[in-house]
Ligand binder design. Structure first.
Ligand code: COA
Length: 359
């Protein structure tokens, strides 16, 4: 059945009401179908290679070839309708979680049984950390540091622990704003890592799946790291024209020795959970099948220990290195600020999005 102009307009209104970001791929499809429906086949000049957002949009529209305007309108209406249905199904399925903290969009934060759990919650983006999520993690760490819980736990929702820095943090930036982007990014990163350095009670990482970039480097600042045997640990900095952060340039050589740290931090070597455990980055690895059950039983037992004693002992251990860690954090952020402006970095990000646009 062909959709009418009225259905098409209604779909445009419904799209504005969606709460969840449908993802870049879907947004590109919607853009292309909308343009095809309203203007016909792609008639815009091809944008330059470095203008990768406009280029991806142009590619999407152009890929529709001679699809008729009626068909484009219908496909657009159907796509919006599937997004609306998926969102209402999600809302029905999500049970209200006990002890849930309000005010988070990218995290699920709960406090129960003396444990504050900070869960990365962008599973459809592999829990990539966008600017909002950086700020929310900072806020969640502040809350968890002050509340009554004995320990705090960071983990991920879905199949990934986290794919690290959201590379969209580098897109949609006008050429004249590049320096500001790099400066603001460095300030935010420094504050983020400072919160890990200063966190006043035991902080656990429960690494439920692959981990990339910043979420791997800050593991050195967590007190205990449990991993599923499905997890991997990857810091592809040089591949992206970037440099190490999260105090890894200091802590990784200390934890695993310089030779092993160099393979990870300079040469992008991805570690399995067993390797990361053998090298001291991970405390213990559990089979995926029993991971959640075994880990949470253990965490609940630990969280029943005397709270003040644990906090004070953790602070004592951290105090030996605290000043040094802040200095390292500051130097790492300075270098990254420079790196983010380099051709090597810009080209690597362009190529990530170009590969995606071609899929
Ligand atoms: N930044 C931005 N978007 C990311 C992302 C990241 N770090 N990690 C995943 N995503 C997005 C993908 O773009 C995709 O979005 P879409 O649905 O709108 O297209 C979605 O998450 C799912 O990822 P996809 O690439 O389709 O899944 P995959 O299983 O094929 O690959 C990864 C997963 C993590 C290997 C791949 O997304 C990747 O290489 N991401 C970049 C990781 C990275 O370099 N991080 C920075 C480290 S310093």
């Amino acid at each position: 059945m062909q959709s009418s102009q009225q259905d098409f307009e209604k779909a445009q209104e419904q799209l504005k009401l969606l709460k969840n970001d449908p993802g870049n791929e879907t947004k590109l499809k919607l853009y292309a179908l909308f343009k095809q429906a309203t203007e016909g086949p792609c008639n815009a000049p091809k944008p330059g290679m470095l203008d990768f957002v406009k280029k991806a949009k142009w590619d999407a529209w152009n890929s529709l070839g001679n699809l008729s305007q009626d068909n484009a309108r219908q496909k657009y209406t159907e796509l919006v309708s599937s997004l609306v249905s998926a969102e209402s199904a999600d809302q029905k399925e999500a049970p209200p979680e006990e002890g849930r903290h309000d005010g988070y969009e990218t995290l699920l934060v709960t406090t129960k049984n003396n444990i504050t759990k900070i869960m990365f919650n962008r599973p459809d983006k592999k829990n990539a950390i966008n600017h909002k999520m950086y700020r929310e993690i900072i806020k969640a760490l502040e809350e968890a540091g002050k509340n009554d819980s004995t320990i705090a736990v960071i983990t991920g929702n879905g199949d990934y622990y986290s794919s690290g820095n959201d590379l969209n943090n580098f897109t949609n930036i006008q050429p004249g704003d590049m320096e500001k982007m790099a400066k603001d990014g460095a300030v935010l990163l420094r504050e983020f890592v400072d919160h890990f350095i200063d966190f006043p009670k035991p902080l656990f990482a429960v690494v439920n799946g692959p981990a990339i970039g910043i979420c791997v480097t800050v593991l050195g600042l967590c007190d205990v790291v449990y991993a599923s045997d499905r997890a991997t640990f990857h810091t592809p900095f040089s591949q992206l024209g970037q440099s190490p952060e999260g105090c890894s340039s200091y802590l990784f050589p200390k934890i695993m020795g310089l030779a092993k740290a160099n393979e990870m931090l300079l040469f992008n070597k991805k570690l399995t959970a067993a390797e990361a455990c053998a090298q001291g980055l991970v405390t213990e690895v559990f089979p995926e099948r029993t991971f959640q059950k075994e880990v949470w039983a253990r965490l609940e037992a630990y969280a029943a220990l005397p709270k003040n004693c644990l906090a004070m002992s953790k602070q004592l251990l951290r105090s030996m290195d605290k000043e040094k860690l802040h200095e390292v954090n500051s130097r790492e952020c300075e270098l990254l600020q420079e790196r983010w402006l380099s051709d090597e970095c810009v080209n690597a990000i362009v190529s990530f999005f170009q590969k995606k646009a071609k899929l």
